[in-house]
Design a protein around this ligand. Structure first.
Ligand code: AMP
Length: 215
């Protein structure tokens, strides 16, 4: 199966994708994670993407589609795929159809996550991660025992630069302008849609997602 997870930044797509993909052995394709890895490695793509990401703007479609094409070429043909944060524009959705049809596949369902804006802002601005061991925290919902320090490995926690208040506002605007129209796009392309109310606990959402998708 190929499933895309749609929804604004901070709605919990990444968390749900991680749970589902690790349980089912599916590929989790997060273009945000791939871009951050490219930046850490200092690749040409990473350098090109940097200013867009830091300003909360979208990285150009051609760069994203090349990245996804290259990443998919390295995956087993028969593995389920969960796309997280991709596609983000109708041009990317068109591009994805082409890439998938080349390997005889297509999108089976689009999951649309929704949460009130104040929840999204709180989740994003409170988000902290451990650059050493990958543990995730939120200062509002799941704080570490000691402020700014990872419970698991003791390393200092970091805060994504694009999770500051001003960039978060811009990312939410960009979502409304560029990505929300994809909900309509998938309706018109008759892909199955699943709507998930995401202002709830991780486990509850995960259970509903699996029931809805029959997984
Ligand atoms: P995310 O981790 O999905 O919130 O993505 C972080 C940032 O990476 C976004 O604000 C964009 O600048 C960039 N990005 C990630 N995925 C895409 C995409 N599919 N299209 C364009 N830009 C993207």
């Amino acid at each position: 199966m190929v499933i895309i997870l749609l929804g604004p930044p901070g709605v919990g797509k990444g968390t749900q994708a991680k749970c589902l993909s690790s349980d089912l052995g599916w590929a989790h394709v997060s273009t945000g994670d791939l871009l951050r890895a490219a930046r850490r490695e200092g690749t040409e793509l990473g350098r090109k993407a940097q200013s867009y990401m830091d300003n909360g703007e979208l990285v150009p479609d051609d760069l994203i589609l090349d990245l996804v094409r290259e990443h998919l070429a390295g995956l087993d043909d028969d593995r389920g795929i969960l796309f997280d944060g991709f596609p983000r524009t109708t041009a990317q959705a068109d591009g994805l159809e082409g890439v998938l049809s080349d390997v005889g596949r297509s999108v089976d369902a689009a999951v649309v996550f929704h949460a009130p804006e104040e929840t999204l802002v709180k989740r994003l601005s409170g988000r902290r991660n451990c650059p050493e061991c990958g543990a995730l925290y939120n200062v509002h919902f799941s704080p570490p025992e000691e402020d700014g320090v990872c419970d698991r490995c003791g390393h200092d926690l970091s805060h994504r630069k694009d999770d500051d208040a001003e960039t978060v506002r811009r990312r939410l605007e960009v979502y409304q302008e560029e990505t929300a129209p994809l909900i309509r796009w998938y309706e018109e392309h008759e892909a199955r849609q699943v709507l998930i109310e995401a202002d709830r606990g991780v486990d509850e959402i995960q259970a509903e997602l699996r029931t809805e998708l029959g997984l």
